[in-house]
Design a protein around this ligand. Structure first.
Ligand SMILES: Nc1ncnc2c1ncn2[C@@H]1O[C@H](COP(=O)(O)OP(=O)(O)OP(=O)(O)O)[C@@H](O)[C@H]1O
Ligand SMILES: [Mg+2]
Length: 273
């Protein structure tokens, strides 16, 4: 199979099992270069697992992930390390080091992965902070800034090495509507200005429809809907409508259990007899 540079990520027949639990079940999708792809799905449907597989932090049970032309499964540690330099991740918590200042946090990947002098790194840190609108906060510690600002610092750090691909795990979780709108604007701005291909996992429907070029809805480990926001909004599938409108009533079950209820209740008796 040849390398398609217009598709920096191609996922084929991806399966991930934990024991006998099938979390991702024959998942197929691709991400186009320079687009913002939003991944949606109910709690526990495997979104974070998918992100972990995509960043190479976990191996699939079967299937393949091609990233920037390389098959993840075939990469050795050096290859994976190389790829990680080309990708940035904004973790849900921001994952900043509390003992370091904001500036030192952003400088970290530059110190680890480049041979740039301290002066040049200093300038780059200021540029990244300016990019997220926090230039005056370089010398503060993460504990001295708000949750929304921590996310922005996390974003500046993730962008430090000018990645080609950015992963965002629930970027607006835990933020007030204003801080969350600011993160949306920043993601769109970065995408527009740098052309970074972006994969965003989110529960926030307002944000999803605002930022996405295309969206994927996961259900029971499969992609049940893929399309532009307009296509998803006008989908005739009741499952899609239930999810995007946040309705309690519909095909998505209220209770999620791998065991039959009666069987679960009667298990101690079944075992005894
Ligand atoms: N390391 C693991 N070992 C065993 N089971 C796991 C592991 N990681 C995830 N799971 C299971 O896989 C399923 C999907 O988990 P995952 O965290 O990917 O869901 P999610 O879609 O990110 O949910 P949420 O929206 O709540 O963050 C869950 O049932 C979870 O218990
Ligand atoms: Mg998750």
């Amino acid at each position: 199979m040849g390398i398609d540079e217009t598709k920096p990520i191609v996922v084929r027949s991806l399966v991930k099992k934990f024991g006998d639990q099938v979390v991702l079940d024959d998942l197929n999708f691709h991400v186009n270069k320079g687009e913002i792809l939003v991944i949606m799905g109910g709690s526990g449907c495997g979104k974070s697992t998918l992100l972990r597989l995509l960043i190479g932090a976990m191996r699939p049970t079967s299937g393949s992930i091609e990233m920037l032309g390389a098959d993840l499964a075939r990469l050795d540690d050096e290859g994976l390390d190389d790829l990680r330099k080309k990708t940035g991740i904004l973790f849900q918590s921001g994952a900043l080091f509390n003992s370091m200042t904001v500036g030192e946090n952003i400088a970290l990947p530059l110190k680890e992965h480049t041979k740039l002098s301290a002066d040049v790194i200093g300038i780059m840190v200021k540029m990244k902070l300016e990019m997220v609108g926090l230039r005056d906060f370089e010398h503060l510690k993460p504990s001295e800034i708000s949750g929304g600002m921590k996310k922005r610092v996390g974003l500046a750090r993730a962008m430090a090495l000018d990645p080609q691909i950015m992963f965002y795990d629930e970027p607006s979780a835990g933020l007030d509507p204003v801080a969350s709108a600011m993160i949306d604007e920043l993601m769109m701005d970065l995408n527009k200005k740098t052309g970074v291909t972006s994969i965003v996992v989110t529960h926030d429907m307002g944000s999803a429809f605002k930022i996405a070029h295309r969206m994927i809805l996961l259900f029971k480990g499969r992609a049940v809907a893929v399309g532009t926001p307009a296509e998803i909004r006008s989908s005739g599938d009741p499952l899609v409508q239930q999810f995007i409108n946040g309705l309690a009533d519909g095909p998505i079950p209220l209770r999620v259990s791998r065991k039959d209820y009666a069987e679960d209740l009667l298990e101690p008796f079944i075992e005894r007899f």
